[in-house]
Design a protein around this ligand. Structure first.
Ligand SMILES: Cc1cc2nc3c(=O)[nH]c(=O)nc-3n(C[C@H](O)[C@H](O)[C@H](O)COP(=O)(O)O)c2cc1C
Length: 134
């Protein structure tokens, strides 16, 4: 198994309906190939973790990278893992309050990563939330 973490930038700020569409597709496709993870949106930035069988994660990432709704995808971390950080989520996501602007991303992300023990995952998500705190 591997775990890949990347950041990218949306071409335009996504509506919550567009984001819901991405999450629906992600959950369907990822569940079919045993990929799990977390997708966080902060302004126009995405931070996503994909974890699962190496070939499934890489194929999923290549498809995501080619998506015209975002650009400048940069892999922050890509390494073998023995345990998943998000075993229960075909694609986890922050509560929509953050996107509506009536909750803070820092608080939402803190709750999402509270059960995570992997230090790399914790640091990337906490740092992203801090940078995009509103
Ligand atoms: C930020 C972002 C994250 C995405 N994450 C996933 C994902 O985890 N899994 C997935 O299958 N598609 C994801 N997508 C969508 C893919 O780029 C692509 O549209 C989709 O996989 C096509 O699936 P379909 O052929 O079943 O419609 C993401 C797109 C964006 C913009």
């Amino acid at each position: 198994m591997i775990r890949l973490i990347y950041i990218s930038t949306a071409r335009a700020t996504l509506s919550s309906a567009e984001l819901d569409g991405i999450l629906r597709t992600s959950r369907r496709n990822n569940a079919a190939v045993n990929v799990t993870g977390l997708l966080i949106v902060g302004g126009r930035r995405f931070l996503q973790t994909l974890e699962g069988p190496s070939s499934a994660v890489m194929q999923t990432y290549e498809r995501i990278k080619g998506d015209a709704r975002h650009f400048a995808a940069v892999i922050l971390d890509n390494r073998p893992i023995t345990e998943r950080s998000f075993p229960g989520w075909a694609m986890g996501h922050q509560p929509s309050g953050t996107l509506r602007g009536d909750a803070t991303i820092a608080k939402d992300v803190a709750a999402l990563i509270a059960p995570i023990t992997d230090p790399t995952v914790r640091v990337y998500f906490a740092e992203f939330a801090r940078k995009h705190a509103t």
